[in-house]
Design a protein. Structure first.
Length: 424
């Protein structure tokens, strides 16, 4: 029966059905043929989303949309470009820097790709950059979003296991910075090799003005992080504070957020949040079926049967997750696999927080790899190039992501230093 469950799932995925419905329909078929009461479906769906912590997802999604509608994206890009635009390939560096700043607002890779890419890809093409490079640097840098706090996948990890979301946020900070700096190094090397355009160096006064203009945008990240870490509010409360802040800044400071735009922003946020919650709900049914059939135990026995060496087990899990990430959406994979895999590594002495960062980093790499690769697909659509061209151009950036993944896997301090230092 388990083979039938996976068979239906992969057939639906292969013909292009969205991942959430692949999970839901395959679970439905399994329950129907197993003569299990279908009332299990709403029960398990509700159990999967019945969490106070998950309430911060609509908050952060709405805050990101409000700030984007309020002129935040343009100011972030202008700010980053003022400091690195004069370097060879400076627009590529500004693209990555903008993603790092925007990550502190949206927490999602897809929002980063659409928002930053919608502005930067056309601008880079206009300045003479190769379209495939513009698409690759945009898609690759967008994956920093789910690592640098706030991060929706980190929230899911905390919700599933009871791990402190605040600690998970902090744990992603250094790996996120390493990703960003590593991608900047790759981008600069490619720009030197291909003689990419070099912008005009701006004056110190212009840099100060750009900083002043972007100040309120940057302060939103400060509000979220220091509010949570200082114990002023929980992640859920932080998301609501971010929404209020976004409305005030967008309407009364930047004066680009119009009340007539709010219905569309709210609708877009509702649709985005609903998609995430539906995915979590269906994934929870799928995970319950696997648990009831003792599939997690079989996986654990299979992995530990190969080796009980901690490092070999982590390598095997990395390979599994890199494969899963190529076809399964990040949140669905987390709900189904993370509790299972955590049960394997804890007896081996692996810290749950370090492992959480490792798993999230694995899965977000899949956002830029075929066949699903949603971020690469969106960026390719914006850049009007084929997926084949984009895949070839993104390889150097994927390699740096794998290097950072290796560091997170084998050097615990990279993910644990800040949580231990600040929260103990």
């Amino acid at each position: 029966m388990e083979l039938m469950l996976f068979g239906v799932f992969f057939i639906l995925l292969f013909i292009g059905v969205p991942v959430a419905f692949c999970l839901g329909l395959s679970s439905f078929v399994y329950l129907l043929l197993s003569d299990i009461p279908l009332v299990v479906i709403p029960q398990k769906m509700y159990a999967g989303i019945d969490s106070f912590t998950l309430l911060c997802i609509p908050g952060f999604v709405l805050a990101g949309n409000l700030m984007n509608g309020g002129g935040i994206t343009e100011r972030i890009i202008k700010f980053c470009n003022a400091f690195v635009g004069h370097i060879r390939g400076g627009l590529g560096l500004a693209n990555i820097g903008s993603s790092m700043v925007f990550a502190g607002i949206s927490g999602t890779a897809l929002a980063d790709t659409a928002s930053i890419g919608g502005i930067m890809i056309p601008a880079m093409k206009k300045e003479g950059y190769n379209p495939d490079y513009a698409v690759a640097v945009t898609a690759a840098s967008s994956t920093i979003g789910p690592i640098i706090p706030p991060s929706l996948p980190m929230i899911i990890v905390g919700t599933l296991t009871g791990i402190s979301v605040s600690k998970m946020f902090l744990a992603g900070a250094i790996p996120g910075l390493l990703l960003g700096l590593g991608m900047m190094a790759v981008s600069y090397r490619i720009s030197i090799k291909k003689n990419h355009p070099q912008g005009v160096k701006v004056t110190l006064k212009e840099k100060i003005n750009c900083f002043k203009d972007a100040f309120w945008a940057i302060m939103l990240t400060v509000l979220i992080l220091f509010g949570i870490l200082g114990g002023v509010f929980t992640p859920t409360e932080a998301s609501i504070a971010a929404v209020l802040y976004a409305v005030i800044v967008g309407k009364f400071i930047y004066k680009e957020l119009r009340f007539k735009d709010l219905p569309k922003i709210l609708l877009d946020s509702m649709v985005g949040t609903s998609a995430i919650m539906l995915l979590v709900g269906f994934a929870n049914i799928f995970a319950w079926i696997l648990t009831s059939q003792q599939v997690p135990q079989a996986i654990a026995e299979g992995v530990l049967g190969i080796s009980q060496n901690k490092y070999i087990v982590l390598i095997l899990i990395n390979l599994l997750l890199l494969f899963v990430g190529t076809f399964m959406e990040t949140i669905a994979a987390l709900v189904i696999l993370f509790p299972v895999l955590l049960g394997i590594v804890i007896p081996l002495g692996v810290n749950p927080i370090q492992f959480g960062v490792m798993v999230v980093l694995n899965l977000i790499i899949g956002l830029t790899t075929p066949p699903v690769g949603v971020c690469l697909f969106v960026a390719s659509s914006i850049g009007k190039i084929s997926m084949g061209e984009a895949i070839k151009a993104i390889v150097p950036f994927l390699l740096i992501s794998l290097v950072v993944l290796g560091m997170v896997t084998f050097i615990p301090a990279i993910s644990l230093y800040l949580p231990n230092l600040i929260l103990g």
